[in-house]
Each structure stands twice: as C-alpha cells, then as structure tokens.
Design a protein around this ligand. Structure first.
Ligand code: ADP
Ligand code: MG
Length: 317
C-alpha cells in the first residue's frame, strides 16, 4: 500500500529523518510512535506530499509521490498536526471547499457529507462557524475532511492531542471504525493510544526506526518476558504458595489489596508462553477464585522508554 524507502530529511544541517524505510499493508491501523521531535510529522508530511524529502522514495499504491503526485495523493486523506481549518467557514462550507480541492463530483457530495458527518459526530454543528466550535469538534471537522472522498489510506498526525479524556475516547472510536474501510496511520507519543487502537506499531526515535511489531509482541520481546496481572480472592501467602509451585513462572510479585479482600499478583513468564490457562486451573483447584486477569499493559510504556532512551530528541530552539 505504502512503501517508504531510505527516506532522509535534512533541515539545514540537522537530519530530522535518517534513512527511514518501512512498508504499510492494507486494512490495518498503524501507530507511528516516537517522542516529541522524533520526526513523525516530518515523515507524514513527506508521505502525503506536503514536504519534499532530501533523499529517498515514497510509493503510494504504486505511484511515486514525486513522479505522480496527483495519483498518489488521491489515495491519501491527511489530518496534519495543525488542522488547516478556516474559522469563518461552517463545517458544511469547509467540506464543500475540501470536496472541490479533492475533485469530488458534485452529485456524490450530499451523500458523503451525510455519512461522514454522522461518522465523525458533527451532524449537529454543520451550520455553525468553525471558530465557535470546541477543540474536540474542530478536530472532528479536520477528521471529516481527511475521510472525505474515502481515500484508501488515512493519515492522522496526533489526532487526540489537546482533547479531554471523553473526546479522546470518542475520537479513538471513530478511528477504530475507519479500519473497516481504510488503512490508517496515526502518529502519537502516547503509549495507551497505541494499545487502544493499533494493530501494528512503528517506533521511531531521532529520525530512525527503532522497533516495529504488534503492541503485544513489542512488550514481550523487549522486556524478555510476558506478564499477566491477576486479582485473586485469597490471602497473599496462599497466592505465593500457588505461584511458587506453578511451572513456567519466571518471576512474580504479590500485593494484598485490603479494600476488596483480594491479592494482586504480577506473574511473568517466557516470551512465547501464555500462562493464563495454567493460572486459571492452578487457582481454581486451590479454590481461590480469580476475579480479574489481564495482560499487563505497563510493558509497552517500558518498551517505549527502552527503545527510545539515550537518544537526543527535540532540537527545536
Ligand atoms: P515529531 O512530529 O516527531 O515531534 P518533527 O517531525 O516535527 O517531530 O521534527 C523532527 C525534528 O526536525 C525535530 O528535531 C525538529 O526540531 C526538526 N524540525 C521540524 N520542522 C523543522 C523545520 N521546519 N525547520 C527546522 N527544523 C525542523
Ligand atoms: Mg509532530
């Protein structure tokens, strides 16, 4: 779908992107992750044809972004870091304007506007001025613009930045819904965002690719283990005794949780082992009910810090 080959971007003598290569397959949600200043926006601006690369190549659906920019750009909808909204337009006028730019036939617009305004939840504000809309609604209008024309790939640069928690959840739901029809690439510096919506993660730091995998695998491989979080209705000494006897456990931590009369345990095992069934039976046989069991999600945060640490990030002055 998209191939990025040996991309280099220099701003003066500062190399913002260094020999970056990756490919994007159809139908997935990709998280493009990295600390501030890592080169995410620069890369996205190059992929979408807004910025010229110093070296390297970007091919979108078989079209080189420099040689056949029109064809390549037709396949992409883009929500830049700062959405290019016109405050004195209403969302309806803005979508009309964007439809002109995208060359969408007049007769197909009404239906698309209806569908997309519903999907992004802006139906009720279509005739209000953009400058009077909240940040969350403006972001939705930007998103609607990116979806307009139903391009195969939708690229979103930090789509949830500056939104409140409720708006974040709502925008994430819209993004998840997009994956049925589109390939989505979203950049973020927030770990939870990636675990919440992405099928695959590409992590960059200082303009270089540092990791690429599914969110689950990244956690397992970098920490060298795979951790399950348990809450068990039993005293801590019993939980410890059961875990001590269970094969495959490489490490565990136990904390009693007095409020609920439960014991919490973090149980680690080898990278490719799934301990959940063994844990279930071990505790069930001991008549200690497990009331909650989850893969520990702190590990992705650790991955991020581990793979991006020791590298200088933002050099903007
Ligand atoms: P991110 O989106 O990951 O936060 P950016 O792509 O915005 O990162 O920036 C990558 C690097 O390039 C940073 O060090 C930043 O300071 C630098 N940079 C970005 N835009 C410019 C510019 N127009 N001129 C000079 N340096 C820039
Ligand atoms: Mg950015």
């Amino acid at each position: 779908m998209i191939e990025v080959k040996n991309l280099v971007k220099k701003y003066g003598d500062h190399m913002a992107v260094k020999d970056l290569s990756f490919n994007i397959e159809k139908g997935k949600i990709y998280g493009f992750l990295g600390p501030n200043g890592a080169g995410k926006s620069t890369t996205m601006n190059i992929i979408t044809g807004y910025l010229a690369a110093t070296e390297g190549q970007v091919i979108v659906n078989g079209h080189d972004i420099y040689e056949e920019p029109e064809e390549a750009k037709k396949c992409i909808g883009y929500l830049p870091e700062i959405p290019p909204l016109y405050p004195d337009m209403t969302p309806k006028e803005y979508l009309e304007f964007s439809a002109d730019l995208k060359g969408i036939e007049k007769k197909r617009r009404a239906e698309q506007f209806k569908e997309i305004s519903k999907l992004t939840g802006i139906e009720d504000v279509m005739n209000r001025l953009i400058k009077n809309l909240s940040k969350g609604y403006r972001q939705r209008v930007g998103l609607a613009q990116a979806i307009l024309g139903y391009p195969e790939v939708i690229i979103l640069d930090e789509p949830t930045v500056g939104l409140d928690p409720k708006q974040i959840v709502e925008i994430r739901d819209v993004i998840k819904g997009l994956s049925k029809r589109h390939t989505v690439i979203l950049s973020t510096h927030i770990m939870q965002e990636v675990s919440a919506v992405c099928d695959e993660v590409i992590i960059i730091a200082h303009g270089e690719l540092v990791a690429r995998d599914t969110p689950d695998n990244l956690g397992k491989h970098v920490s060298g283990s795979n951790t399950v979080e348990l809450s068990v209705k039993a005293p801590d000494y019993k939980v410890k005794a059961i875990l001590n006897k269970l094969g495959g456990v490489t490490k565990f931590e136990v904390h009693s949780d007095n409020d609920e009369g439960c014991t919490k345990a973090l149980v680690s095992t080898g990278v490719d082992k799934d301990l959940r069934e063994d844990l279930f039976y071990a505790f069930a046989n001991a008549k200690c009910p497990i009331v909650a069991m989850n893969y520990s999600n702190t590990s992705l945060e650790d991955v991020f810090i581990k793979v991006t640490s020791g590298r200088q990030t933002d050099r903007r002055r």
